[in-house]
Design a protein around this ligand. Sequence first.
Ligand code: PHE
Length: 450
Amino acid sequence: MSRRSSLQGLWSSRRSFVLAATGAAVGLGNIWKFPYLAGINGGGAYVWVYLSCILAIGLPIMIAEVLLGRRGRRNPIDGMRLLSEEETGGGWWRTVGWAGVATGILILSYYSVVAGWALDYTLRAAINLFDRGELAQAGRAFDQLRNAPLRQVLWHTAFMAMSCWIVAKGVKGGLERTVGYLMPLLFLLLLVMVGYAAGTGGFAQAVDFLFHPHAGLDGRTALVALGNAFFTLSLGMGVMMAYGAYLPEGISIGRSAIAVAVADTIVAVLAGLAIFPVVFAQGMQPALGPGLLFRTLPAAFLQMPGGSIFLLVFFILLVCAAWASSISLLEPAVAWLVERHAIPRARAVLIIGAIAWVIGFGTVFSFNRWADVKVFGQTIFQNLDFVTTAILLPLVGMLIALFAGWVMSKSSSADELAEGSLVGYRVWRFAIRFVAPLGIIAIVIHKLVR
Ligand code: PHE
């Protein structure tokens, strides 16, 4: 079978690939997750570990994933099987594709619940349901939502349906083009918010909180930072591999990956700079948990002239960013069912979407009815998040680094990265062979001993 035969299409340019990959990368991970985790984990030290992981571990692995995707030219499971056979004669490394696809379904299950919260807020902002009391009561709207499982289930269902619809129609291109317009808008709006936050009086404290390490990190927190570096860049579950499969020859993988990682990191930092000044100016606690974004922003915006419009636009953009990410979470599993098992696309989407949808109930209930159901002292959502983000993503990432750095022949990887400079290739190869795997191992050991 020729490499090309399973290709459905290629990105037309570097720009379209970067846009699609940025669409997958920028999402709830940047705007919802990064700030709340920085908040729970004490700021500074967490943020620096997170940023270092993006640069030293995430970036080389992103390049590796795209490279493997382009070389395999098909869905992550079959692509990894092919490369595995090509490089080793056996198919063991397809496990990477498997683990990635399973992790994607688990992440999608709670991703959709949180995106559902954003939908709920969009509607509220649209019909002006936030009242000024929101300010005094810091997050009453969020408490109401958190304690309303049925409402969350409905929004979770709506969001899952939106994502399935796009993936089923296979019109990702349309959404990605839209994302091309929405992303700069989101960026601008975040800048405005940071500008506003800078005037609230909490800005200096926020910068200090976010960038000044106040204490060391315990092992679990460092592992969480590592996992979230993977999460935010959409690594360790085949997304970048699936997108790389559509990357034409001759486009520089290294430069594309750097562009995606930089854009993604800027959005996360801006989100932090928009949220924490409000936290401090309003005398809130940084460790508000998963509700942080949903508690702080309405309180801040409603004080500002025309704030309810801003709030509406912001949540619409957040939903769109989450939407572009969620379709990328669905795509690898769906592509595999379609290409491998010849299941019609619509049915494949329905199967994967239904599984993630049902698992999502666990997350909804862990904020209310099952809030007291604890495993290892954590709720269902916390466990699901920890296992997928802090364990599975780095594990798959590690396997990808080992495969690209040690198993794959130098000539294969040099061939794929030939568009870049020789120095760039050497730096990447050193990073993927040593820095990334040893970095992951060091963080895991740190977790085991502390
Ligand atoms: N990177 C996305 C975000 O930050 C989430 C995601 C993770 C998407 C893994 C695809 C794969 O929201």
